[in-house]
Design a protein around this ligand. Structure first.
Ligand SMILES: Cc1ncc(COP(=O)(O)O)c(C=O)c1O
Length: 439
């Protein structure tokens, strides 16, 4: 759709107007949160927004969010309304709340609300997107050996169902020597004239390695310059461990699709996520689950076609949802904005540096995650000589330190310092790891 067509569409459907009105509501919500910066003079105070047990050191908080106060309160508000009058509350709030959520997500990501589809998880977004990509015969999906179960399985299912060709490459030889240059070269060498889709994961939950997405996008763009429109490479990124950690704007990142749950680092309600697509990339996505978007539904009731609407509109799966959770998602974006994206990134980097540097000098530890923040984000993977990853995590749990084991064929112990942690908690953690022995 041309920009003018897009603008027309926005005006026609009232989305632009709705967005403007809602911007006011959103600004007010933002204003409500503003004291956060002043009121919470320290990270310790920020932590009081969460009900995580104070008896534990939470180094697996990314696994599934604990809801901060504003998110909890919004969920409770919507739950009470829905319980009192489900249909009445739904009709009164559905359009407004969904637009609010899209607006808050779009502001945070630096994009347009119309280009975002809402999902229930990263996995749902990956499954819907990868199962519905419109590929021509002979076109392939290029992916890597480093991706999560959800990417790998979504692509395998797609291949089994449609015969689509999925090819995996490795992006680096060793974590000890990996560099952004090696990763970009591996990608460039892996792309063939048949490659239509590149599917990667921004931050690997298997090792903590962060890919240089911007540089990879740049390499893809230069290949695309010599290709026709129907052969342009579409760059898809599972960004779940970057969203709420990295300080980025999607317009500058250069990928075509970003798929992420919002219930990990973002602290959004459990069971929420999104897919953002570049307006020029969305047409390649075909919906699988009928949307309940009111425009589409209204057209259906008039026996009219909704085919002319932007593809992104069709990509928010319908059926009713746990609306008290979905409609509270705007609060998570507002919460992060109120702290400040760059402050969030800086804090997570500092804590991760403290942990990695402490681990790197211990003779019985093999640190797998690169030290450089150019190649890592908020996840740290390591091994202890003579112990299995499961034994490490269990021993730490006995000392009230919560970590996890990477759910991959090669397993490591994994700790993820986040906004819920303090430098002193990491000192305690390092002291415990220093004393970890196999017996
Ligand atoms: C890289 C990666 N992608 C996807 C997922 C699945 O996320 P979700 O629970 O939001 O589906 C995970 C972990 O749970 C992950 O580590």
């Amino acid at each position: 759709m041309s920009d003018i067509g897009r603008r027309d569409f926005l005006v026609r459907t009232g989305l632009a107007l709705g967005a403007a009105v809602l911007a006011g509501a959103y600004d007010r919500a933002l204003a409500d949160q503003r004291p956060l910066q002043n009121k919470f003079s320290s990270w310790d105070e920020l932590r009081t927004q969460f009900r995580v047990s104070p008896k534990l050191i939470h180094l697996a908080a990314f696994f599934l969010a604990s809801h901060p106060r504003p998110v909890r309160e919004a969920i409770e508000r919507h739950r009470a309304g829905l319980d009192a009058d489900p249909i009445g509350y739904w009709y009164k709030h559905e359009k407004k709340q969904e637009a609010r959520v899209l607006r808050a997500a779009a502001d945070y990501l630096g994009v347009e609300p119309i280009d975002i589809a809402l999902t229930d998880s990263t996995t749902m977004g990956l499954g819907l997107l990868y199962s519905g990509l419109a590929l021509r015969k002979g076109q392939e999906i290029l992916t890597t050996t480093h991706d999560h179960y959800s990417t790998e399985t979504a692509l395998r299912l797609r291949a089994e169902r449609t015969g689509a060709v999925v090819r995996q490459i490795t992006l680096y030889r060793s974590l000890k020597t990996v560099s952004p240059g090696e990763i970009v070269d591996s990608l460039r060498n892996g792309i063939t004239p048949a490659t239509r889709i590149v599917a990667v994961t921004w931050v690997h939950s298997s090792t903590g390695l962060k890919l240089p997405i911007h540089e990879m996008a740049h390499a893809i763009q230069s290949i695309n310059r010599s290709r026709g429109e129907r052969d342009q490479i579409i760059f898809c990124v599972d960004g779940v461990h970057a969203l709420g950690v990295e300080d980025f704007r999607l317009t500058e990142l250069g990928c075509d699709f970003l798929i992420a749950g919002t219930h990990k680092w973002m602290f959004g309600p459990r069971g929420t996520g999104l897919v953002w697509g570049h307006p020029q990339a969305w047409p390649i996505a075909q919906a699988t689950i009928p949307t309940f978007n009111t425009q589409v539904f209204d057209l259906w009731m008039k026996n009219a076609s909704s085919k002319g609407l932007p593809q992104s509109i069709h990509m928010t799966p319908g059926g009713f949802h746990s609306f008290e959770h979905r409609w509270a998602l705007d609060e998570a974006f507002v919460f992060h904005q109120a702290i400040g994206k760059s402050k969030v990134t800086q804090r997570i980097y500092e804590l991760n540096q403290q942990l990695k540097q402490g681990l790197a000098v211990m003779p019985h530890i093999t640190l797998h995650t690169p030290l450089s923040q150019d190649l890592s984000a908020g996840i740290v993977c390591f091994e202890v000589a003579g112990m299995t990853p499961r034994q490490i995590v269990e021993k730490l749990r006995q000392r009230r330190i919560v970590g996890s084991v990477t759910p991959y064929a090669t397993q490591y112990a994994r700790l993820a310092p986040s906004l819920l942690n303090s430098p002193s908690e990491l000192e305690t953690t390092l002291a415990e790891i220093r004393h970890l022995r196999s017996s």
